[in-house]
Design a protein around this ligand. Structure first.
Ligand SMILES: Cc1cc2nc3c(=O)[nH]c(=O)nc-3n(C[C@H](O)[C@H](O)[C@H](O)COP(=O)(O)OP(=O)(O)OC[C@H]3O[C@@H](n4cnc5c(N)ncnc54)[C@H](O)[C@@H]3O)c2cc1C
Length: 399
């Protein structure tokens, strides 16, 4: 019999910690609560199946080369955790640190990328500018001529960036948490959150009511709906983000390539498929449908960079939901109105790379009651105090 990844359980009448959302963030929080703090009486409640949300739908790009010092430090902590995660989880995550290019097509974008390179260097993150001939040396198939509408003027290069197997990360965290005694409950939807004064005392689910010592919402695109249950309004709009893969090709693209100007990014998976994503759909909605107009625009822009792909067939296209914040930075925070309610959200199009650091810090927050310094800038009340972070230049396209 193959080993079961995680077990099924009856719902207990109460848990010390209830985590809503069985994506990478919820499962990572459960895993670190158990492994770092010895808190194992934990339930992860997932309305569908583990990885149903954006964690099972993303393009799996990992990097740390953000724009703000706060962002760079946080995402670098996550990248470092990812580097040893396969060993920690004893599970092959297929992490390939193949290098990450963000192309510049105008003097304005080159100036913004150069600023990012310098911010990264100041924070000890390996990122630097490269010229078109240097790009061509590493990616011979790219068109660096003056022919395209937006010629390539240079790029921000980030050697430790790369891609990972997203499903493996989710399954690895679920298995790791299960092995510590955490209950992972699939097909368990939270329908209401029960409060007494300033405390959360339980959650009502489609399988019954569960008491709890604390609740963590790790529901990304659904966060506004969960927080609405306890009267909390989030500065979040949920937008779909679409992606596609092509037929499998012999390995030829050995780096991640991003163009914010063209709203496109591309990598090649271990299966040989080209994995392509872009910017979120313009209108907020909760639809998981993909559309022809987005496919056409992605394909058109990929061909601007790689004209030799003109005969390649698209194999699959899909969409996931993204919880977009106004400053393109996340929210990892306690909530003043309740003593024992915590949120990790605002993960938008960029949150998969953050899952280990998010889980690590959220677990510490729940276990100790104090906010770890690395996530202090990502508080909910920064929107009330007008202390937004300005991460859009590094997070809008490029995951
Ligand atoms: C197409 C696409 C490409 C992306 N590419 C990248 C990338 O390359 N790199 C990167 O870093 N990020 C990327 N992202 C973003 C990244 O995928 C997300 O930010 C991240 O996966 C969010 O993880 P999560 O665990 O917070 O949420 P999710 O994985 O969305 O999990 C939330 C879970 O909560 C569950 N839930 C919701 N409501 C309830 C309820 N009432 N009761 C119980 N369960 C509930 C949902 O079913 C869901 O499974 C991409 C996103 C998309 C859509």
């Amino acid at each position: 019999m193959p080993e079961q990844m995680w077990r099924n359980h009856d719902l207990k009448s109460s848990y010390d910690v209830v985590i809503v959302g069985g994506g990478a963030h919820g499962l990572a929080t459960a895993y670190y609560l158990a492994t770092r703090h010895g808190i194992t009486n934990v339930a992860v409640l997932e309305q569908k199946y583990v990885g149903f949300g954006a964690s099972g739908r993303n393009t799996a790009i990992l990097r740390a080369n953000y724009r703000t010092a706060e962002g760079i430090r946080f995402y670098n902590q996550s990248l470092k955790l990812y580097e040893t995660l396969a060993q920690a989880l004893d599970f092959n995550l297929m992490f390939s640190q193949q290098g990450h290019f963000t192309l510049g097509h105008s003097t304005a974008s080159m100036a913004a990328l150069t600023t990012r390179a310098e911010m990264n260097k100041a924070e000890g993150v390996d990122s630097y500018m490269v010229t078109p001939p240097e790009i061509k040396r590493m990616i011979p198939e790219i068109d660096i001529s003056s022919r395209p509408r937006y010629p390539i003027l240079g790029a921000l290069y980030h050697p430790p960036g790369g891609i990972i197997r997203h499903d493996a990360v989710v399954w690895g965290f679920a298995r790791g948490a299960d092995r510590q005694g955490v209950h992972v409950h699939q097909l368990t939807q939270v329908e209401d959150i029960l409060t007494e004064g300033d405390r959360i005392v339980g959650v009502k689910t489609n399988r019954g009511t569960v008491g709890c010592g604390a609740v963590v919402s790790a529901t990304a695109g659904w966060s506004s709906e969960i927080c609405r249950l306890v009267g909390i309004k989030l500065p979040i709009a949920t937008h779909p983000l679409q992606a596609f893969v092509t037929q499998g090709l012999k390995p030829w693209l050995h780096h991640v390539v991003v163009s914010s100007t063209l709203h496109i990014y591309l990598s090649q998976s271990d299966r040989g498929e080209l994995v392509c994503g872009g910017a979120v759909d313009s209108f907020p909605q909760y639809s998981l449908r993909s559309t022809l107009d987005v496919l056409e625009s992605y394909a058109m822009h990929v061909l601007e960079l790689f004209p030799m792909l003109h005969n390649i067939k698209v194999q699959r296209q899909w969409a996931g939901m993204c919880d977009m914040t106004p400053d393109y930075a996340p929210i990892l925070s306690p909530i003043d109105a309740y003593q024992n309610f915590y949120i990790t959200c605002g993960w938008g199009t960029w949150g998969f790379k953050a899952a280990p650091a998010s889980g690590y810090n959220m677990a510490e927050l729940v276990a100790t009651g104090s906010v770890p310094a690395t996530i202090a800038p990502f508080s909910y009340d920064r929107f009330l105090k007008n202390q937004l972070l300005g991460e859009k230049a590094a997070a809008s396209v490029g995951s």
